[in-house]
Every structure is written in structure tokens, then in C-alpha cells.
Design a protein around this ligand. Structure first.
Ligand code: DGP
Length: 124
């Protein structure tokens, strides 16, 4: 089986500059921007610049350099928004994947949610 990547997904368009976004941070391998429908005071999406559908796709097929760059961007967003548990009050990291994960946009993204308590992990 091969992962199928939809070139017309909304995050691909953001990466191509076709749709504006509220960028928080960018490095060679990742872009972080605010979610259009924030669920907490801070709600940031971090996406890899490569064409990966899901976290498992990324884990299997991304290069070590891409993986390091992506993970570093997540840590840098936590520092930038003072969410790190070293200096701040913490956050929740979510990667919805596929049908059962209820993933809407088929380009890997993690949600970083913080600024207030995220409550219990799963409500229903
Ligand atoms: P998910 O269910 O994990 O695939 O969540 C997709 C998220 O993407 C959802 O919280 C809303 C956000 N989103 C969808 N379209 C856009 C957009 O055009 N811009 C931004 N900033 N966020 C978007």
C-alpha cells in the first residue's frame, strides 16, 4: 500500500502561499500557524513542509532531517507561546489521523492547545 497525498488539500495550498495564514514560526521543514477555529486561547497547527498525510506516514517515510526539523518546531512553538512545562502551564498535543481519528485535512498536522485547561482527554 502507498499513502496517497492530495495536492489540493488546504494545508498544501497554505504551503504554496495560495491561502493566507497567521504564521507563528517557520523553519526549513515545518510551518506553525494559528488554527482558523481556535478551541483554546492558544491553538496552533504545526505542519511539515513535505507531503505527508499522517503521523504514521511521516514516521515511516520522512528523512531524519525532516523529523528533527518538525519536532524542533513543536518545541519552539511551546517556548514561544510560554506553554512549555519548564516555564509555563502546559498544553495538549493532538494528531488526528484518518477516519477514526476524525482528520479533516489530509496533510499531517499536530494541534498544540494551551492557555487554559484542556479538560479530560476524550469526552465521548
Ligand atoms: P483536523 O480535524 O485535525 O484535520 O483539524 C483540521 C484543523 O484545521 C481544524 O481545527 C480547522 C483547521 N483549518 C481548516 N482550514 C483552515 C485554514 O484554511 N486555515 C487555518 N489556519 N486553519 C484551518
Amino acid at each position: 500500500m502507498a499513502y496517497k497525498y492530495d495536492e489540493e488539500n488546504i494545508f498544501a495550498k497554505i504551503l504554496r502561499g495560495e491561502i493566507p495564514n497567521d504564521t507563528i514560526l517557520e523553519n526549513d521543514h515545518a510551518l506553525a500557524f494559528r488554527d482558523i477555529n481556535p478551541q483554546r486561547p492558544h491553538h496552533v497547527l504545526v505542519i511539515p513542509k513535505g507531503k505527508f498525510v499522517s503521523f504514521d506516514h511521516f514516521a515511516k517515510e520522512a528523512s531524519p532531517t525532516e523529523i528533527v526539523g518538525y519536532i524542533q518546531a513543536i518545541g519552539d512553538v511551546c517556548d514561544l507561546l510560554n506553554l512549555s512545562i519548564d516555564t509555563g502551564d502546559g498544553y495538549r498535543l493532538i494528531a488526528n489521523s484518518g477516519e477514526h481519528g476524525v482528520q479533516e485535512v489530509p496533510h499531517l498536522h499536530v494541534h498544540i492547545l494551551g492557555g487554559s485547561s484542556c479538560g479530560r482527554m476524550i469526552q465521548s
